[in-house]
Design a binder for this molecule. Structure first.
Ligand code: TRP
Length: 359
């Protein structure tokens, strides 16, 4: 905590009315803002999509992570009793993969009321047809089982823009499915800066090169609601069962048939999670020639995945021995995020002339 208190930007005193430029120069590191909706246990797709980048970049960027519980209201109004446990699972999974609470600010969206205030202002800067063109809208409608989006559901990416810009995030590590949301955030920042005052950075998304990790059923995307995920918290027996049931090259009947490696999810997983690159290269070669069966390729994937998951399990066990740690992290992080949020809104209200009684 002490190292955070001396990090400069956060400790700007209230009487400090320095210009935005000075604020910029005081910031030594670029900022990351990203987060998860608390939908439950996190899976390998989310690891590849965003968790891995969070861990990799937490030393180089000033990192803010949020649990986006407000976003759950846009599509899960009938399942809200699950949120509390899901918030906990989200934090634990992040810590288990190596997110360091000493380095990042981890906060709860619904405890930062400046976010919905900023969302309101931003909602004036986006046309309805623009919001309707966001490609994930139809996924959210399917998820909520509705034919017409609510006003709030239409605003999902605009709320996400408020999450990012409330802490002036520069970089947003997300999965490919969130690229269009960061695009909306960029448009909003640009429009705000032009219309009022140049307060916001234009945030960039950071999308992993492999794109989306396919599900174990071979569908394009691994997703909790799609029922095709391997969770980071799955036990050995579950991992084994899921891997052995994986979709593979459907044209292959016998182990002696030449098989297809490209686009085969079993090999995509090998490429992503098997640290033994020589083994992967050898398996691919044999597979192409019909020199290895699917069962062996999957067995070796299971072993590789276990090697990957073992340290994650060990860290999880350690965290679970400290009850209360999740609440401590979220409480401290939320307090710190609010300092930033209040400062940003101060600048926003001033820029928008919403300062009749002072900003
Ligand atoms: N939309 C993200 C998801 O698909 C969650 C999220 C909410 C988010 N607010 C964010 C991601 C801000 C990055 C930045 O789960």
């Amino acid at each position: 905590m002490t190292s955070r208190a001396t990090s400069g930007f956060a400790t700007r005193s209230e009487s400090d009315t320095s210009s935005d430029n000075e604020t910029e120069t005081k910031r030594t590191r670029k900022r990351i803002l990203t987060g998860d909706r608390p939908t439950g246990k996190l899976h390998l797709g989310q690891y590849v999509g965003t968790l891995q980048n969070r861990v990799r970049l937490q030393d180089d960027y000033e990192t803010f992570l949020l649990v986006a519980d407000y976003h759950m209201l846009t599509s899960r109004l009938t399942k809200l009793e699950e949120i509390e446990q899901n918030i906990r699972d989200d934090v634990i999974d992040n810590l288990a993969v190596g997110v360091d609470p000493e380095k990042v600010t981890y906060f709860l969206q619904s405890r930062v009321p400046e976010i919905p205030e900023l969302h309101l202002y931003f909602s004036m800067l986006v046309s309805v047809p623009r919001a309707m063109r966001v490609p994930t809208l139809k996924d959210h409608m399917r998820d909520a089982n509705v034919r017409e989006p609510s006003y709030g559901m239409l605003g999902y990416p605009i709320l996400q823009a408020a999450d990012i810009l409330i802490v002036k995030g520069d970089l947003v590590p997300v999965g490919k499915d969130n690229e269009s949301h960061v695009e909306v955030a960029r448009e909003i920042a640009r429009r705000f800066n032009e219309l009022f005052r140049p307060i916001f950075p234009e945030p960039q998304s950071l999308i992993p090169e492999i794109g989306l990790l396919p599900g174990i059923d071979g569908r394009e995307k691994m997703g909790k609601s799609l029922g095709n995920a391997i969770n980071l918290s799955d036990a050995t027996a579950t991992v084994e069962k899921k891997v052995m049931s994986m979709y593979t090259d459907p044209k292959r009947i016998r182990p002696t048939d030449p098989g297809t490696v490209e686009g085969n999810p079993v090999f995509t997983y090998h490429d992503t999670f098997n640290s033994d690159k020589a083994e992967v290269a050898e398996l691919k070669e044999r597979y192409r020639k019909g020199g290895v069966g699917d069962v062996e390729v999957k067995r070796r994937l299971f072993v590789a995945l276990e090697r990957f998951l073992e340290p994650i399990r060990a860290r999880r066990a350690e965290i679970e021995r400290k009850p209360g740690i999740v609440d401590e992290i979220l409480e401290a992080g939320t307090a710190r995020a609010r300092v930033e949020a209040i400062q940003t809104l101060h600048e926003v209200r001033e820029a928008m002339r919403l300062d009749y009684f002072g900003a």
